[in-house]
Design a binder for this molecule. Sequence first.
Ligand code: MG
Length: 379
Amino acid sequence: MTGEPRGVAILGSTGSIGTTALRVLQRHSDRFRVRALTAFRNAALLREQAELFKPTFVGVVCNGVDPQSEWACGADCLVTAAQRGDVDIVINAVVGAAGLDATLAAVHAGKRVALANKETLVMAGSLVSEACRRGGGEIVPVDSEHSAILQCIGGRNPGDVRRLIITASGGPFRAWPGERVARATVADALQHPTWRMGRKITIDSATLANKALEVIEAHFLFGLSYDQIEVVVHPQSVVHSFVEFVDGSVLAQVGVPSMELPVLYALTHPERLTDTGVPPFDPVEVSPLTFERVRTADFPALKLGLAAGRLGGAAPAVFNAANEQAVALFLEGRIAFGDVPRGIASALDALGDTPGDTRDALVAADVAARAHVREMFQC
Ligand code: MG
C-alpha cells in the first residue's frame, strides 16, 4: 500500500472495537488519517479522542449530552460521517440495527466498510449487497471468524469452497447444566472466558445468539447456503474458523485472541502490514486446542437464529431486533437469562413471515419485534 494516507471514519469510536481501531490507526498513522469520529453518548472520551486525532468531523448520537458546539448531533451524524468526501474507509462499530443506514450510505458512496456491526448485515444482507453492487463499495469483515474465513478463501475460486466451520468459544456457560444456564445472572453472563468485548456482544456470546448472527453474516458475505455453514465449540478461541474445500482439504486461520489484527486486516485487505504489535505465535503456548459439539438444546438462541436465516425475508431482522430488545431488558435486570431466547422465539412465531424486501419494511419489522418482546414481558 503506497501513496496518500487513507481517510478513516470510526462510527462508535468510544466502544470496545472503536478504541481498538484507534490504537491500530495510531500505530499506522503514516498510512491512515482519522477523518471522522462518532460516539453514542460518551462525550468525555470522544472529546479526548478528538483532541488527539484531530478529525474534520465529530458527531454524537444521543442528544442532551452537552457536546461542544461544532459537533454534529443526533442519529443522522452516522450517515453524514459515512458519506464524507475525505473518508475512504468506514469502520462501523455501532452496536445493533442502529448502524444500518450508515452501512448502506457508505457502500452506496463507493467506500470500504470495515464491518464490526454484524447486526446490519443480518438485518438487511440483501439490501447491503445490492447497495455494494450499485455504489461500488465493499464490506470487509472485522469479526474475527469472518476475517479468518476471508484470509483462508482469499484469491481462490469461490466454487472450490465446500463448507465453513465457524468456531465459538462457547461463552461463560459452556460447561454449565442447562437449567442453571436459564437462571444465570447479568454478572455471570458478562464474564466472557476469552474475549474482552462490549456488553451486548458479551451477552450474545453467552446465549450463542452471536453465533447465529455470525452464520447469517457469513451467508451474506461469502454467498454460501446455510447447509454449508457449521458451528463448532472451541474454548481456547485460537482457531478463528475453518474453510473446507471441495477436495476435502481444510484451511484454518490461527492466532491468540486479539481484535487488533482483524481490525487492521479489514483496513488493508488483501495486503498485509508489518509492525502490528502481534506477538510471535507459539503453538506450544496455546496448546492443547480442543473442539466440542454445540449443546443446541441448552442454547436455543442459536437454532432460532439459524431458522430465521433460512426463512429469509424479514425473519433475520425480527430475530436480531427481538434479541437486541431482550438483551437490553436482561441487562436492566428486568427479565431472566432464559427469557432472552423465549422472547426471540415468540417474536419469530408472531412476525417471522413478514416480508422484508425494502429498508422501510425491515425497519418496521425491527420496530414490531421490539414492541412484541416488551409487551410479552410487560416492560
Ligand atoms: Mg466473532
